[in-house]
Design a protein around this ligand. Sequence first.
Ligand code: AKG
Ligand code: FE2
Length: 215
Amino acid sequence: MTEHTMTKEQTIFDHKGRSIQTEDREIQIIARLEEPLVVVLGNVLSDEECDELIAVSTDNMKRSKVGSARSVNDIRTSSGTFLDENESDIITIIEKRISSIMNIPIEHGDGLQILKYMPGQEYKEHFDFFASTSKASSNNRISTLVMYLNDVEEGGETHFPKLNFSVTPQKGMAVYFEYFYRDAHLNEQTLHAGLPVIKGEKWIATQWMRKQRFR
Ligand SMILES: O=C(O)CCC(=O)C(=O)O
Ligand SMILES: [Fe+2]
């Protein structure tokens, strides 16, 4: 018998019940899959916060297009930018909230990443953790929070092919998952994709957390 069939592994996300009370906002726990842990969350960001994150990154993306040459990436066809906490006051507020939801100090986080998908653009199946052969795996990622910044007219679901599970983007909502299990099989089940957007735009903010301090 493998380990995970005998006892459920300890998770990082330790919230129970129907909501998470953070310093400034009550987050709803809408749905959860226990192993691997995948949680759908509501009321993570206000409409104003979503709009502000899009506005701040629209400027950033324009700037980065002028500057460095963008590398062509077949896996991810969206455009994106990393925000730093000095960019806007709301980033600090949001990062605090994210840290209490994810139960990890924000110093363990990669910078908040904003992605924009136009129709036809997608993020193909991938893991958020790095392969053990890669240098980055020495301080590997352990958990992810994908926040939806707008409603997508059609398509753009976050899809977990090994779990037969999809999350429809809804403005202000989020999906959380973690992959810090001793059982490698559980980690591999967090394979996921951003399905192609069919109609409209899709904007997300992603927070990845590392095992150890990263900033
Ligand atoms: O676009 C999505 O729904 C998924 C995004 C994602 O996988 C990521 O940012 O790591
Ligand atoms: Fe991902």
